[in-house]
Ligand binder design. Structure first.
Ligand code: Z2T
Length: 823
């Protein structure tokens, strides 16, 4: 959406402005002023962190006027988006902001004049790791794309004091270390001390009026927690538009209980405060696991309620009539974590704003939308009815009524009981639970999956019956990534090559990448492409040496498997292939093996023991192989600790091969697959998630597909073939035997027996079934690598053909088909 100053109500010129101009000298003065007046030091004594803070504050000033203008625009009656997400995996902000403002060179020069190196300074910034993985990173990419497309939007979430744990390795075992991103202050955020909402919990319900029905009740909560707003500007491309990420911090309504304090119970006086503030203390580290804990439910309600109250307050102020809410706002629920929004919006409308049920339901269902991110049964949120009753009694009542209105027509036409059970919001099969996916589905205007395959499977599996009742509700929105961060900023070498060949326009239009196709066979261009990639590999090799002590050869094939550690993502399939390859190298050392470096990185949920054992296996295998002269120059294995957004930015430009090897049907989309292909890595992958659409874009010749399809997995499982170890191939059998032989774990030879046992008794992730196909495909990878020109051609074609995976495209689709806002 384009807009100009003319229609803006809140004129930027009325506000104080920082010194004009973007010259390096002007910036130098601005940074020095921040150093003195905000950080309180001088160049002689400033630490790198002081310089970082001063620089960030000087850069932030350049955002403020646009932010104010954008706010005026966002509030001028245009429909805006509220993206509700329990996670925002942002990473660092300085480079992103400099890149979008086109200020990188200017600030580099300004700092150089002060004897300070920009690259050293920006490395200081802690990652904002307010998310676990793909879901949280998607929210961050979407925020950036919405700002870049000049779409009025707010992100709403929680300002966790501690983000995702830092991962340490001790003897190859994962250690979870506390993460403290805020201890040295956060230069990007603004505390809105006046912007506070009350979030109620617990207590009981009183019936006020004698009229029947769901209205006329009063909730007397036992406890109230305050939600205080912290705003961070989200700067769009070329700084044209700036949106707001509003994160809530929990505070006790009463900072301390004076009665207890005065009677001498000083600790007790603070107990309520501690309990209230626990809500925004720490991010839950579970990735695709049901968190099933009371504190998690409190987090979900806390941010959902505060965000809705904020939205209603804004709407009432600007437009008065709540019936027009759907004309001015669309809410996107990022998975079911904010699904209580269905009940909470109803409660606010009927109990607090005295609307009739039907009116409120119409507003609710026209405002809310829901994105599903997984079909894995253990990840589908459900809350015990008893817990909900205790924490959110009024919401449970409203949910029951929603469910009644939803089931009543089925009961009336005496529908099949099995159907009624399947579509009910309450799961009564074993104990009573509220199914959050069902609640979100019923309360939403549109429900979407995140890749074509995943959306199709949603229609056939978890939402099959609901889909039959509401056939137009489910739509597909294949995920995307922001090229500003994942190409322009993470890979300046490649970006420079692209702008040199295709002009600056390629920065504004990812579709322009396609023009690179004509250079795919050009050997001079291939050389440039390889040189650029080599530089990134040298850079990664340096980091690998610093962090693991392992020396790797930048000339080798860098085979990269980076993502959360999870059985369905099948890191173990990769490790078993490493073991088989090592075995083959030892028995035939004279063959001309393709030199490979296997690079792993990823965190395991702290309570996921098997995932942590897989990390240990990777490290044990690495230690033995890296110290064996027989493997030297042929195979190296690296596990890089503490995978996060910043580390991804370094690994991705250096990857030759991208491992996307989940069991077909299990990875909803994947987004790392897109980042790696964009940066020129070839994919080895299954027909899962967005891999299928990547193949369509890059062409079947430029991607290595192996393994069973989702349908074949289904059939295989139904026939119980995954439990039949007589089907194991000799090569697979041998790899398993080596794993359990103790050669990788001489200190504890039985360490990996449980892994082998799981694969032989119930290979739920089809590792054995896909192993041979994976092995054979890896040998095809070797063959192509031995033809450098053919490899480079495929690599160039990957970069040139994945423009469609820009999150700008994804957001345009949401805007057109779900939110109904112009872009
Ligand atoms: C997550 O990162 C994803 C799904 C979840 O389901 C939870 C988390 Cl924390 C509840 C991922 C999917 O696994 C991945 O395939 C997808 O690309 C990503 O969300 C974004 O949609």
């Amino acid at each position: 959406m384009q807009h100009d100053e003319a229609e803006i109500t809140f004129a930027a010129s009325e506000t104080a402005q920082p010194a004009e101009g973007n010259g390096a000298e002007v910036f130098q003065q601005a940074i020095l002023a921040k150093l003195t007046y905000n950080v309180g030091t001088n160049p002689a004594h400033a630490t790198d962190h002081d310089w970082f803070t001063a620089t960030a504050l000087a850069v932030r000033d350049r955002v403020m006027d646009r932010w104010m203008v954008s706010k005026g625009f966002n509030q001028a009656g245009h429909k805006h988006i509220c993206y509700f997400s329990l996670e925002f995996l942002i990473g660092q902000l300085l480079s992103d902001t400099l890149n979008n403002l086109r200020l990188t060179d200017c600030v580099r020069e300004a700092l150089a004049g002060l004897g300070v190196d920009l690259d050293r300074i920006r490395a200081i910034e802690p990652d904002a790791a307010l998310g676990n993985g793909g879901l949280g990173r998607l929210a961050a990419c979407f925020m950036e794309s919405m700002a870049s497309l000049e779409l009025p939007a707010y992100g709403y979430g929680i300002r966790y004091e501690h983000g995702l744990f830092r991962q340490g390795l001790r003897d190859g075992w994962q250690q979870e270390l506390p993460e403290d991103w805020l201890v040295r202050g956060n230069p990007w955020e603004f505390e809105r001390s006046d912007l506070v909402y009350q979030v109620p919990f617990g207590g009981s319900i009183e019936k006020m009026s004698t009229s029947g029905g769901p209205t006329g009740f009063v909730w007397r909560p036992a406890e109230t927690v305050q939600a205080a707003a912290f705003d961070t500007p989200v700067v769009g491309w070329r700084g044209r538009h700036v949106n707001t990420l509003r994160l809530w911090s929990a505070r006790a309504a009463e900072p301390l209980r004076l009665d207890a304090f005065n009677s001498g119970d000083h600790v007790g006086a603070l107990a309520d405060r501690t309990k209230a503030e626990a809500i925004s203390r720490v991010l839950y580290p579970g990735d695709e696991t049901e968190a099933g804990r009371e504190l998690r439910l409190r987090q979900e309600f806390f941010f959902t309620s505060a965000s809705l109250q904020d939205l209603l307050a804004r709407h009432t102020r600007l437009h008065g009539d709540l019936n027009t809410l759907p004309d001015h706002a669309a809410i996107q629920m990022n998975d079911t974590h904010p699904a209580l929004a269905v009940a909470e919006l109803m409660r606010l409308l009927i109990d607090e704003h005295a609307l009739a049920w039907d009116e409120a339901w119409s507003i609710t269902t026209r405002t809310l939308n829901y994105t599903n991110h997984t079909l894995m049964p253990e990840a589908l949120e459900r809350w015990p009815v008893s817990l909900m009753e205790r924490l959110l009694p009024r919401h449970l009542q409203i949910i029951y009524h929603i469910n009644w209105l939803h089931l009543e027509p089925l009961i009336r036409r005496s529908a099949d009981v099995e159907l009624i059970k399947a579509v009910s919001v309450i799961d009564e099969s074993q104990g009573r639970y509220v199914r959050m996916g069902h609640l979100a589905f019923i309360g939403a205007h549109k429900v979407n999956g995140v890749s074509a395959l995943h959306t199709g499977l949603m229609r056939q599996t978890v939402f099959r019956d609901l889909n039959a009742l509401y056939p137009d509700r489910i739509v597909n929105k294949t995920n995307g990534i922001t090229f500003r961060r994942w190409l322009h900023q993470a890979n300046p070498q490649l970006t420079h090559l692209l702008t040199r060949e295709l002009g600056e326009a390629v920065l504004d239009d990812p579709g322009a990448l396609i023009k690179l196709e004509r250079l795919a066979d050009d050997s001079a261009f291939q050389d440039c492409f390889r040189n650029q990639r080599h530089a990134s590999k040298v850079n990664l090799a340096k980091i690998v040496a610093e962090r693991t002590g392992v020396q790797i050869d930048p000339g080798a094939l860098f085979d990269v498997h980076i993502k959360r550690i999870h059985e369905y993502k099948r890191q173990i399939l990769n490790i078993l292939e490493v073991i088989a390859l090592y075995d083959a190298i030892r028995s035939e050392p004279e063959r001309n093996w393709v030199p490979r470096v296997k690079i792993f990185a990823g965190k395991a949920a702290a309570s996921y023991h098997r995932a942590k054992l897989i990390i240990k296996l990777a490290n044990d295998v690495a230690r033995i192989i890296n110290s064996d002269p027989a493997a030297s120059g042929r195979l190296k294995v690296v596990f890089l600790p503490n995978y996060n957004v910043s580390l991804a930015e370094v690994i991705i430009p250096a990857a030759d091969l991208s491992e996307q090897i989940s069991t077909a049907g299990m990875e909803a989309s994947g987004t790392g697959n897109m980042k790696l292909a964009l940066n020129g890595a070839l994919t080895i992958g299954t027909l899962d998630g967005a891999n299928i659409e990547i193949r369509e874009c890059v062409g079947a010749d430029n991607i290595f597909i192996f393994g069973m399809t989702a349908e074949e997995v289904e059939t295989y499982r139904k026939a119980q073939m995954h439990r039949d170890r007589s089907r194991w191939s000799p090569r697979f059998e041998r790899a398993i035997n080596l794993m359990t032989s103790g050669i990788f774990s001489p200190d504890d030879p039985h360490r990996f027996d449980t892994l082998a046992h799981a694969l032989s008794s119930d290979d739920a992730f089809m590792v054995a079934a896909d192993f041979d196909s994976y092995w054979a495909t890896q040998r095809r990878v070797d063959e192509l690598w031995q033809q450098p020109s053919a490899w480079s051609r495929a690599s160039v074609l990957n970069t040139s053909r994945v423009g469609w995976f820009s999150s700008d495209r994804t957001i345009r689709e949401y805007a057109d088909e779900i939110w109904k806002v112009p872009v």
